[in-house]
Design a protein around this ligand. Structure first.
Ligand code: G1P
Ligand code: ZN
Length: 541
């Protein structure tokens, strides 16, 4: 075993979801090693225990996996469970940690960010519950990363990750597992696979776009092999280190191929997609885009139709910027609703405590207590199960939902890669102005409340501040501003817009029309053009 001297890097503060940087940064000697050793230095009691390890297969995944294996062995883990060829989707890692009672896991991914040698890379640590490290652990890792001066690594040959089975790395056992098997079995225990198979047999047309990313093998095994969907149902199923030179983000810009297909009048009955590491989902019915916030609400209202959720939900949670559509469902069902900061790590304690069964974010993330990550394939199966049992189309289900609960028109406007200083100044200026906003009349109505969101987690007693500026209007409309914590170039300003229309209102408007006034108020109030030089967002979702 070698103990290697190193000097700290100053940029290893985990963002919304681990440390994400350019691949080139991760290729610098010691960069990955310092972060991994900082993680191990903050953990106690893992000697002889199990670590789960895998990634989304992007460029640099293979080299990083070998380094981490040797570091895990040098630091004294007893066993490392690693996906074949170093591949595991994020929800599959979460599942393996839980199934094997592992000490924790390391996931290599930059999620939906582009891959390849000029793309992004990322790493994050998940704890024994299978979920992202809590705020407290995350902060400790960052503190450690600023003073670290040595790391431990074995001098050993690379482990062959191509074949399933056990090998030894000195005293540590390395178990190479099929990335899909355990996950597919978990899905089979939650959903009515025979109802979904019958749906496919009945001629229901389904397309899933794996975007050349990690879910390809999962989708093939589950949708085609186990559920009998026709082979052409899964598109772009071969994972590649560059994601086919694409941007594996299942939004309307980057998943345009499947979006266009869904919008045809003779298009498939359900189109879906997932992102680089398999935790996000896109759901589009025939000519009917389902916003992630609405999807969460529909799933909350219908989850009992799936066998794994037959006994109902204990509660639901959404991130603060996610629309309030699910609030209406929870109210009608008489179950608690929790509002958390952006990022999946905040759901973990609520799930562990049994306070919630279901949770989601506006950013295409939906999940439940079956793992501690959001889960793309799970969300698609949930929709298939609901469609199979209800025997209605996606658009019929949406219409029925809005007629029952009203409709929360919703959009997110992203101003990507803007100047960091300008973005920070914009937020600072708006923060200073919050006190004078309540009472102000705008063309989108009167502002009744303005604040900066903070969250107190009563389970681990942590307080997380500065989680977004929010303006609430007299009719419940909201404008929220926050800066992204996952970008790797400049800053990304996210503006979230929401307007509620009751069951008596006009439920069939175009979202862009319904939100037009709020959009214009959002630009003026924050001085977006003045601070960022931008008149239009780069992406609207
Ligand atoms: C984004 C999303 C957030 C999600 C995160 C990780 O973070 O907004 O909901 O949890 O990616 O997938 P952001 O870039 O906004 O900090
Ligand atoms: Zn992801």
């Amino acid at each position: 075993m070698l103990t290697i001297s190193t000097t700290p890097f100053d940029d290893q503060k985990p963002g919304t979801s681990g440390v994400r940087k350019k691949v080139t940064r991760f290729q610098e000697p010691g960069y990955l090693e310092n972060f991994v050793q900082s993680v191990f230095d903050c953990l106690t009691g893992f000697k002889g225990e199990t670590l789960v390890l895998g990634g989304d297969g992007r460029f640099h995944n293979d080299l990083a996996i070998q380094t981490i294996l040797k570091m895990a062995a040098a630091n004294g883990f007893g066993r490392v469970i690693v996906g074949q060829d170093g591949i595991l989707s994020t929800p599959a890692v979460s599942n393996l940690i839980r199934q094997h009672g592992a000490f924790g896991g390391i996931i290599l991914s930059a999620s939906h960010n582009p891959g390849g040698p000029d793309g992004d890379f990322g790493i994050k640590y998940n704890g024994a519950n299978g979920g992202p490290a809590t705020e407290t652990v995350t902060e400790a890792i960052f503190v450690r990363s600023k003073v670290i001066d040595t790391y431990k690594i074995l001098e050993a040959d690379d482990v062959d990750l191509g074949n399933l089975g056990l090998t030894n790395l000195e005293a540590t056992k390395v178990e190479v597992v099929d990335p899909v098997e355990a996950y597919a079995t978990l899905m089979e225990s939650l959903f009515d696979f025979s109802a979904i198979s019958q749906l496919f047999d009945s001629g229901f047309e389904f397309r899933f776009d794996a975007m050349h990313a990690v879910t390809g093998p999962y989708a093939r095994k589950i949708f085609i092999e186990r559920l009998g969907a026709p082979a052409e149902s899964v598109m772009n199923a071969q994972p590649s280190t560059t994601f086919g030179n694409g941007h594996p983000d299942p939004n309307l810009v980057h998943a345009k191929e499947i979006y266009d297909m869904a919008m045809r009048s003779d298009g498939p009955d359900l189109c879906a997609a997932s992102d680089g590491d398999g935790d996000r989902n896109l759901i589009i019915g025939k000519q009917c885009f389902v916003s992630p916030s609405d999807s969460l609400a529909v799933i909350a209202a219908n989850a009992h139709l799936a066998p794994g959720y037959r006994s109902g939900l204990s509660g639901v949670a959404r991130s603060m910027p996610t629309s309030c559509a699910v609030d209406r469902v929870s109210e009608a069902m008489g179950i608690p609703l929790f509002e958390t900061p952006t990022g999946w790590k905040f759901f973990g304690n609520l799930l562990d405590a049994g306070d919630i069964t279901l949770c989601g974010e506006e950013s295409a993330g939906t999940g439940s207590n079956h793992v501690r990550e959001k889960d793309g394939v799970w969300a698609v199966l949930m929709w298939l199960n609901i469609l199979a049992v209800r025997g209605q189309s996606v658009s019929e289900i949406m219409r029925d939902h809005w007629e029952t609960y009203g409709r929360n028109y919703y959009a997110r406007h992203d101003f990507e890669e803007v100047d960091g200083q300008g973005a920070n100044d914009l937020i600072a200026a708006l923060r200073n102005k919050l006190g004078e906003l309540p009472g102000r009349k705008t063309k989108a109505g009167q502002i009744v409340h303005a604040d900066e969101f903070s969250y107190y987690d009563s389970i681990d007693e942590s307080l997380t501040e500065r989680q977004g500026l929010r303006l609430i209007f007299e009719d419940g409309s909201r404008i929220i501003y926050r800066l992204s914590g996952t970008g790797t170039v400049g800053a990304t300003l996210r503006v979230y817009l929401e307007r509620y229309e009751s069951t008596e209102g006009n439920l069939e408007q175009l979202t862009s029309d319904a939100l037009a006034e709020l959009v214009s108020v959002s630009r003026e109030l924050a001085g977006i053009e003045r601070f960022t030089g931008r008149t239009q967002p780069t992406v609207i979702t």
